[in-house]
Design a protein around this ligand. Sequence first.
Ligand code: NAD
Length: 382
Amino acid sequence: MKVGIRRERLQGERRVAATPETVTQLTALGLEVLVESGAGSESGHPDGSYTDAGATVVPELGLGELDVFCHVRPLSPDLVGGLRSGTITIGLASPASELPTVAALATAGVTSFALELVPRISRAQSMDALTSQALVSGYRVVLEAAIRFPRFFPLYMTAAGTIPPARVLVLGAGVAGLQAIATAKRLGARVSAYDVRPASADEVTSMGGTFITLDLDAVEGTGGYARELSEDRSVRQRELLAPHVAAADVLITTAAIPGRPAPLLVTQDMVTAMRMGSVVIDLAAETGGNVEGVVAGRDTQVTTRTGDGTVTLVGMKDAPSTMPADASRLFAKNVANLLALMTESGTVSPDFTDEVVAGACLTHGGTIRHEPTATALTGEQH
Ligand code: NAD
């Protein structure tokens, strides 16, 4: 069966859905891999490296001839129109925000797998792209903060005087937040963190951070995810966070609710109360932002309340793409492992009795299999 890998078209997207390493894995399964010329050039894989690994490099991928199409970014309805019925797609799908594409996939009879829907169980960890990409983002966000911060992160005791360590505050201690804590600790900062899920306290501590407990009821949804707070509790949360934010030199926000806009944790007023030279990096900027006024892909200088200087507010955008080589290495492995789970003797044949396959499937046989997305689409059509 033919598996196709295309050069990602979205501006700023530098990752690729297969690397030469995963091409070797896929061809060993009896699959034929077609790679569009230039697909891996931004992530350090020239065309020749794919050929050496056993793929066929083509100038342009003919979508209609593929049995399987692997991608990074969600597809567009236009592109889906070029796939034939029965084609299997694997990649990020953002089902909550890309409803027209989901509808197009169902109408076209495409069997689509959304990496966001891979169940977060031990057996599926090697296919969990949310985790692998959050790891990249959590690492990178700290480096972005460090290069903008006009001071050191570590404590220095020198003959010329003592420099205190930077105080880093991380809000949201999921995969990205925990990686941010670990990275800031490695750089020598003093790190504290908060998450609305009390279960994350032990994880924060094990990464070397100090967990902040607020006088706010715990909010835990299903599957280890947080639930959205009511408006009055959000207001209370911001009030309780305000002194911690004001005391931080570097604030990193990573809070998210699956399928919902990012929760607002920090107001402009809270930012202006920080000291001049402080840095705020919002990893949730692309989904609405945890920090009021943040713009994805832009640095904004916010004048401090005392008027003595500014705080740099950074809206992170395409965080995993800033490290395309390792982000692609992990992403491509996630894709290949999911594909391998469904492949027997060179044939890809999803077994829907397998909870990982069934859980990750978005559309199949003309229907939307993911209930919340089907419901959202029905609601939108009425
Ligand atoms: P996420 O990206 O959905 O959210 C990031 C963090 O934001 C979460 O920790 C969440 O609790 C937090 N958050 C949401 N609203 C908040 C608010 N108002 N204030 C403060 N924090 C808020 O989360 P994620 O990184 O995808 O992780 C979600 C869960 O999945 C975690 O429990 C994680 O341990 C678990 N997980 C399990 C596996 C597995 O294989 N078993 C793999 C990865 C993650």
